[in-house]
Ligand binder design. Structure first.
Ligand SMILES: *[C@@H]1O[C@H](CO)[C@@H](O)[C@H](O)[C@H]1NC(C)=O
Ligand SMILES: *[C@@H]1O[C@H](CO)[C@@H](O)[C@H](O)[C@H]1NC(C)=O
Ligand SMILES: *[C@@H]1O[C@H](CO)[C@@H](O)[C@H](O)[C@H]1NC(C)=O
Ligand SMILES: *[C@@H]1O[C@H](CO)[C@@H](O)[C@H](O)[C@H]1NC(C)=O
Ligand SMILES: *[C@@H]1O[C@H](CO)[C@@H](O)[C@H](O)[C@H]1NC(C)=O
Length: 280
């Protein structure tokens, strides 16, 4: 009898330990004050950056570091739905920047030797469409835009009979780090000073104040721009022209959105999706 009570106590004790362990592993993240749970999509990656989500095949594309201790070398990879092991996209030299056109099922990769186009269908190859450009960042809306390194100038890709031509976007005179157009056709740019909004059909730069350094700016399916800074994710309040924090997460490298606008982000080693769930 005594033995059985001891046994029950021991079992209860173990249950408590297991529960406590589960709790410590499942950390809730509050996104817009709603508890969310982390779901790891990919792991063991070195600084996955520049996430892009393929809305049809549910693949997550990203660039990551395959260099050594002294020199960064970048490569493009992707995760298929339900596969934690990533695959590589071949043929893109120092592939770093990614932009996706989910309407036409085309993805673009930018590297140190140009821009490459890849159709999002089985067995499609990677085709180089722009040569001799070192690409820093890219954005797609109606057209492909890219920021060239080291000039930090903005270019737009336009299709011509002879191929793809690149047009310097002189209305963005700044040396910029990032460029996006949101659902209101407002432009957001960042430079060394910080973040500016340029309202549709205007030229004024509206300064947003703190924070001023961003690793990623991505527009979701509804056209809302999300900014990832050192201490979390922000959205713009266009009434006060300030940034509002929606989630406190440190060390975010890249951002993307799935079909339901769930946030996918990358940490220094993982790619994570946030879903509105509680830890049990
Ligand atoms: C690191 O990689 C670069 C480029 O591939 C190479 O030139 C360099 O020798 C490497 N350094 C070390 C310490 O392996
Ligand atoms: C793609 O290539 C694989 C291997 O070469 C082949 O088995 C498959 O049938 C191809 N798929 C399509 C849609 O062409
Ligand atoms: C960034 O852009 C703003 C707006 O054009 C400009 O006022 C500021 O001087 C720029 N910062 C740097 C470091 O060039
Ligand atoms: C306003 O800007 C949009 C793009 O943001 C452009 O298509 C349109 O032609 C512009 N309208 C005027 C009056 O400049
Ligand atoms: C945006 O800023 C305005 C003015 O400060 C404020 O009244 C409003 O509540 C803010 N909007 C959100 C969604 O927080």
């Amino acid at each position: 009898m005594k033995f059985n009570i001891m046994k029950i106590k021991l079992i209860l004790f173990l249950i408590v330990i297991v529960r406590a362990k589960e709790n410590s592993e499942c950390k809730e993240i509050h996104l817009n004050n709603v508890p969310h749970k982390k779901h790891v999509l990919g792991m063991g990656l070195n600084r996955p950056y520049q996430l892009a989500y393929d809305l049809k095949e549910h693949k997550v594309f990203f660039s990551y570091n395959v260099g050594n201790d002294t020199e960064d070398t970048f490569q493009i990879g992707f995760l298929k739905k339900g596969h934690i092991k990533h695959e590589e996209v071949p043929d893109v030299v120092n592939g770093f920047a990614i932009a996706i056109d989910n309407k036409d099922d085309v993805i673009y990769f930018g590297g140190s030797e140009g821009i490459y186009k890849h159709h999002l269908k089985p067995n499609s190859t990677v085709e180089k469409i722009v040569s001799d450009r070192n690409v820093w960042d890219m954005f797609f809306k109606h057209h492909l835009y890219f920021i060239e390194y080291p000039s930090q100038h903005l270019y737009k890709c336009v299709h011509e009979k002879s191929g793809v031509a690149t047009e310097h976007q002189k209305h963005i005179h700044e040396k910029i780090y990032q460029f996006v157009i949101d659902g209101d056709e407002d432009i957001f740019i960042t430079n060394e000073t910080g973040l500016y909004r340029i309202k549709k059909n205007t030229t004024d730069r509206i300064f947003y104040g703190e924070p001023t350094v961003f690793r990623a700016i991505e527009v979701n399916n509804k056209g809302v721009a999300y900014f990832s800074a050192k201490d979390g994710i922000y959205v713009a309040n266009k009434t006060s022209d300030t940034l509002e924090n929606v989630a406190r997460i440190k060390n975010i490298f890249g951002l993307a959105f799935d079909n339901d606008d769930n946030i996918i982000y990358s940490s220094p080693y993982e790619i994570i999706k946030l879903l509105p769930e509680r830890c049990k």
